[in-house]
Design a protein around this ligand. Structure first.
Ligand code: NAD
Length: 266
């Protein structure tokens, strides 16, 4: 196995919510690029270990896992401590963990609002607060926030999610300014619809909210917004995240990059 620590571009990354969907693809892409990765997220312990060990074996990069609940600042602090203990430092932070609820605002459950804001928005702030100073001090860092097309435009019935994702784009801009003279970039990736468990779960909810069939949700709601009429692939988000960690991307900062099949061109 090659000594990845000897590679000139070897960095260490935390990818939140990387036990599924986009985050899992980002973890894989960063490991393929030679970076050490701390995975995070919920799920079946056996499946998580199978994914972790497969990525590690296939890429030769060290891959670890920490099950912090990103809605809890104390557990975020533990994630940072554990990653620092395992890899020595944290160079790349990918804030990706996220949940969704689709409901009319007047019927929106308050506990779901609070959870969406905690996981999709506040967790990014807490994790950056704990890691940004180290990146600045070492003169190199990457913050990659997996926001959404809903960080740029809105859809009905997603008040909390759209609010949280717009806030994450705002955080991205602020961190870009704070990191600009220290070799630290911050960017948001704004995917359109990616067929992951998060999207699959909202199909029945959207069907109920709109009073239409699930097939109609896919055709007339999800892909109606996306001019390419096809879902974004998780690996396409992973590839962009890996690119943002290369020297070629060092002047890309403060952006919200759509990967949305033309959705936000409307
Ligand atoms: P997913 O449901 O497949 O994955 C979500 C991940 O977050 C999982 O690993 C899950 O375990 C983790 N997670 C959830 N709650 C957590 C918590 N409290 N603490 C730690 N981890 C937690 O969803 P996905 O579609 O891959 O979404 C990933 C990100 O991409 C989210 O931020 C989502 O808003 C964003 N996004 C998704 C789409 C899409 O179409 N799928 C589009 C735009 C943006």
């Amino acid at each position: 196995m090659p000594d990845v620590r000897a590679a000139p571009d070897f960095r260490t990354a935390i990818v939140t919510g990387s036990t599924s969907g986009i985050g899992l693809a980002v973890a894989r892409s960063l490991a393929e690029a030679g970076h050490a990765v701390m995975m995070n997220g919920f799920g079946d312990a056996g499946q998580i270990e199978a994914d972790r060990s497969a990525i590690e074996a296939e890429t030769g990069s060290p891959v670890a896992y920490h099950g912090a609940d990103m809605s809890d600042p104390a557990q975020i602090a533990d994630l940072v401590a554990a990653t620092t203990a395992r890899f020595g430092q944290i160079d790349i932070v990918v804030n990706n963990a996220g949940i969704q609820t689709v409901a009319l605002i007047e019927e929106f459950p308050v506990d779901r609002y609070n959870l969406i804001m905690a996981i999709n928005m506040s967790a990014a702030w807490h994790l950056c607060r704990a890691t940004f100073g180290g990146m600045k001090a070492r003169g190199w860092g990457r913050v990659i926030n997996v926001a959404s097309a809903h960080g740029l435009v809105a859809s009905p019935y997603k008040s909390a999610y759209v609010m949280a994702k717009h806030a994450v784009v705002g955080l991205t801009k602020t961190l870009a300014l704070e990191g600009a003279e220290h070799g630290v970039t911050a960017n948001a990736i704004c995917p359109g619809y990616v067929l992951t468990p998060l999207v699959q779960a909202q199909i029945p909810e959207t069907a109920k909210a709109r009073g239409i069939t699930e097939d109609a949700v896919i055709r007339d709601v999800l892909l109606a917004a996306q001019p390419t009429k096809s879902f974004v692939q998780p690996g396409q988000i992973g590839a962009l995240a890996a690119f943002l960690c290369t020297p070629a991307a060092s002047q890309i900062t403060g952006t919200a990059l759509p990967v949305d099949g033309g959705w936000t061109a409307h």
